[in-house]
Design a protein. Structure first.
Length: 305
């Protein structure tokens, strides 16, 4: 049994071009890598590997996936076996142990919270693109700020429309548990016991883990009301002091350094301008943990305490 923390450590360490590069000779082509596809009789290199997105795709046979699925397919391994293979490659120690009932419950809860958070990201994104309010307020705000539609989708931006499209109503109707809506920090319980959305009348910035999973949100008002930004409060998967906005993109560049910005809007603008090595703190002053994370991913990174 591989515990969740180790699994995340493995997925965070993986660089897909290194993993595939062990089996297929890859050459760089722009932002991607190109090689002969091992899943069909390939005469011309038709497999493209994106370091940034962490995925591969063959344009001839259509085979596509992540580093883990590549290893599973290529080496005929199960998912846990592929993780073990990658752990070995990246010198990550796996502590084997039997899960207790309590641990199983904890893991299921963690997974449920993750599912609810991912649902919320899609919900806010859907409101942004597919409702009148979302388009008139949220989408037009992003476009005024010169974000392209591609950029808006790349960052999974959304809109919390308040009374007109309440997340909690949609979520309860779809069967998501009230408890998880509160524990993810998406909703709050009123004194009278009613549920209410934490985020309303705000454009929504999903915050991703290093491996690219949504773990939290930052919401920004569009008028002068305060606070300008509301972030998800700390959850088991999310600690402001230990995460950086857009690190999931910034970690993949070869720049060797990071551009540290103050806000999400700055990061997205700079990223759109072609500099992916850009991150921001999450509404806090820079913490030693964040500095260490940047040093770890920057080439030849060094940090003095
Ligand atoms: Zn192929």
């Amino acid at each position: 049994m591989i515990d969740q923390a180790t699994k995340e450590k493995i997925l965070d360490a993986v660089r897909i071009e290194e993993v595939i590069g062990d089996f297929v000779s890859l050459r760089r082509r722009g932002a991607n890598y190109l090689g002969l596809c091992p899943f069909h009789q390939d005469k011309n290199p038709s497999m493209s590997v994106s370091s940034t997105k962490g995925i591969f795709k063959c344009f001839s046979c259509g085979k596509a996936g992540t580093a883990v699925s590549f290893v599973m397919e290529h080496e005929h391994l199960t998912y846990p076996e592929a993780l073990r293979y990658l752990a070995k490659k990246y010198n990550i120690e796996i502590v084997e142990k039997e899960e207790s009932a309590e641990e199983i419950a904890g893991r299921m809860r963690h997974e449920s919270l993750q599912i609810v958070t991912e649902y919320a990201q899609k919900y806010y994104q859907d409101v942004l693109w597919n409702t009148d309010t979302g388009r008139a307020i949220g989408l037009s705000y992003f476009r005024e700020r010169k974000f392209t539609d591609e950029t808006i989708r790349k960052f999974g931006l959304g809109y919390a429309a308040g009374r007109q499209h309440e997340l909690y109503k949609d979520a309860l109707q779809k069967g998501y548990k009230r408890e998880y809506l509160i524990d993810t920090g998406l909703c709050v319980e009123r004194d009278n016991g009613d549920l209410a959305d934490r985020f309303f009348d705000r454009v929504m910035f999903p915050i991703y883990s290093v491996s690219g999973r949504v773990i939290a949100f930052g919401g920004r008002v569009l008028d002068d009301s305060k606070p300008k930004y509301v972030n998800t409060s700390a959850t088991p998967a999310f600690k402001k002091s230990k995460n950086l906005f857009a690190l999931n993109y910034a970690k993949n560049t070869d720049a060797g350094y990071f551009i540290l910005c103050e806000g999400y809007m700055d990061v997205i603008s700079i990223n759109q301008a072609g500099f992916e090595n850009v991150v921001a703190t999450l509404g806090t002053a820079l913490t030693p943990e964040q500095a260490r994370i940047m040093a770890q991913y920057a080439i030849d990174g060094e940090i003095n305490d």
